[in-house]
Design a protein around this ligand. Sequence first.
Ligand SMILES: CC(=O)[C@@H](O)[C@H](O)COP(=O)(O)O
Ligand SMILES: NCC(=O)COP(=O)(O)O
Length: 237
Amino acid sequence: MTKLSVNVNKVATLRNARGGNTPDVVKVATDCEIFGADGITVHPRPDERHIRYSDVFDLRSILKTEFNIEGYPSEAFIDLVLKVKPEQVTLVPDAPDAITSNAGWDTISNFEFLSEIIDRFNQAGIRTSLFIGTEPEYIEKAAKTGTDRIELYTEPYAAFYETDPENAVAPFVSAAELARKLGLGINAGHDLNLKNLQFFHTRIPFLDEVSIGHALISDALYLGLQDTIRQYKECLK
Ligand SMILES: CC(=O)[C@@H](O)[C@H](O)COP(=O)(O)O
Ligand SMILES: NCC(=O)COP(=O)(O)O
């Protein structure tokens, strides 16, 4: 079964617009779980423009499903994750001023850096995942870092899906098959939505998890959160 982890960054963006606690990120995350989400993802950024470090602690204490914390492994981020002990940490090579994640790791140049950090998380019993593109050499090197999983960066798939779905998905199928052969678990995320998710899942049915935020929270404005989560889960059957 492919799990759906709902990324609640955008809920925090809306809350922060007014400085109060509406919408309440913790309540929305709890409701996502009640409505069928298999996990909750957050991506605290250094400027805390959406998820704050304090949200991460608040969420930890109430979540009943899998908690996935994504981010660039600065010392502050590593410290946060080791304190919170989520089920999974996803390392993302974001520059501090990145508007959103826009690339996967170069696991060859960053091999020692990543291996050392992954070892720290592994020793703490936290599952690790590396955000990565479809380049086979980066996936092969990722497997040697000791990471449990990779998360395929799906923005290029989403960008080309509407014009040429088969060619858009082809490098992801090859990358996923290679990762599976190397014994890695496979997650996917970024710009997945109700139009492109089912096709992606049909071609890579052995995905462990997708994390979806921007499109899912936007869909909820029209469909409501409960029906939105139901529809995303349908795409993963
Ligand atoms: C790693 C990834 O693709 C997502 O976490 C994405 O970066 C969401 O972050 P924002 O909500 O800040 O765009
Ligand atoms: N890891 C991807 C994620 O959490 C959400 O990305 P997006 O759906 O907001 O593009």
